[in-house]
Design a binder for this molecule. Structure first.
Ligand code: NI
Length: 218
């Protein structure tokens, strides 16, 4: 399922045809299980976020200022000059997030020396539990150059909405025992900070590596 032969214009999703159907199926459980929170009147609905992303018609990405796993403030402009591979998730995620981060890490390994020009980022959708210290343990288990980012819930929500990522906390039987449903797209951001496109959840390491390679330039 290589993407290298696929011509993609800036801002246009890399997903097409049957892949789009697969995304829809993958997201259906999230959409149908998502409770409607009272404050969602002022925020885009999950459907709006996802449709905007899939159609390629809505703007995606933008500036952010968050805290990395070493406690330093980081902004999007820190990563200019690199292709950013961005994934939203949380460290308590039982299986999906670790699998995706493993795929991203394997893709970077496949790129060899070219991966020097790539910055993998993991932004938590669970800032309550994902402290810098917890992120430090988590990201180092995947890739030495993976940067984990956390922040206030408001800053995280703003960044997630900018990337049209949906997340909702649920299932809290005790204050610390809950899961966070979230969409799992992998975003590519160009060396100039502009959004390039996304890869669907479950993309193979080869597909991720091909998509990055196609954008690395000479
Ligand atoms: Ni997850």
């Amino acid at each position: 399922m290589a993407l290298s032969g696929e011509k993609v214009r800036p801002g246009v999703p890399m997903a097409r045809g049957s892949r789009r159907l697969r995304i829809s199926l993958a997201l259906a459980c999230i959409l149908f299980s998502a409770p409607i929170a009272a404050n969602e009147a002022t925020e885009p609905s999950p459907t709006e976020l996802i449709e905007g992303l899939l159609s390629g018609r809505a703007p995606v990405g933008g500036p952010f200022e968050l805290t990395d796993q070493t406690g330093h403030r980081r902004t999007d402009s820190d990563f200019r000059g690199k292709i950013v591979v961005l994934y939203f998730g949380y460290t308590f995620c039982p299986d999906v997030c670790p699998t995706e981060l493993q795929s991203i890490s394997l893709a970077l390994d496949k790129l060899g020396a070219a991966a020097e020009s790539v910055q993998p980022l993991f932004i938590t959708v669970d800032p309550e539990r994902d402290t810098p210290a917890r992120l430090a343990d988590f990201v180092s288990s995947f890739h030495p150059r993976l940067i984990g980012l956390t922040g206030s819930l408001a800053d995280i929500r703003k960044t997630a909405i900018a990337y049209r990522t949906f997340f909702v906390k649920n299932g809290a039987s005790t204050p610390s025992d809950y899961s966070v449903d979230h969409t799992g797209f992998i975003y590519l951001v160009g060396k100039d900070g502009r959004y390039l496109g996304f890869l669907p959840p479950g993309s193979a390491p080869d597909a991720i590596a091909d998509a990055i390679r196609a954008r690395l330039g000479p």
